[in-house]
Design a binder for this molecule. Structure first.
Ligand code: RB5
Length: 148
């Protein structure tokens, strides 16, 4: 499985550690983030990962900024993206099982690397349950489709 990763200046070190963690687990990782700690704009990287997911260049995305909020908001503006920002593993797992999220976000200034790893593992190991959840996800996508 291929995972696209994106980050702003606040999450360069966290991104490196997450990439190594994912590679050690056997995932292929594509880096769409910045490798510079000079101040930059998180929407650029949220959009890059989101477009890669929608274009199926990668299977799933992980985006990291200071809080995970801005970069997830940016990713969610791309049609077809369901990005969740999580600071604990339970919501990460349920966001896959019930909401079929395709991008995970978290904050490098909010969670430490060990908690981040737990969040990522729960998210990657969970599977969408479909059924009534599919209907609800379809309703979310319908909202997007009605936008001009
Ligand atoms: C950058 O200082 C910070 O605003 C950004 O990383 C993120 O937390 C925005 O949501």
């Amino acid at each position: 499985m291929k995972i696209g990763i994106g980050n702003d200046h606040s999450a360069v070190e966290m991104k490196r550690e997450v990439m190594k963690f994912l590679q050690d687990l056997g995932y292929e990782v594509v880096n769409y983030g910045t490798d510079s700690t000079e101040s930059c704009n998180y929407p650029v990287y949220g959009e890059k990962v989101a477009r890669a997911v929608v274009a199926k260049e990668v299977d799933l995305g992980i985006v990291i900024c200071g809080t995970g909020v801005g970069i997830s908001l940016a990713a969610n503006k791309v049609k077809g993206i369901r990005a969740v920002v999580c600071s604990e593993p339970y919501s990460a797992r349920l966001s896959r099982q019930h909401n079929n999220t395709n991008i995970l976000a978290f904050g490098a200034r909010v969670v430490g690397i060990e908690l981040a790893k737990m969040i990522i593992e729960e998210w990657l190991n969970a599977e969408f349950e479909g059924g009534r959840h599919q209907e609800r996800v379809n309703m979310i996508m319908d909202i997007e489709n009605r936008e001009k």
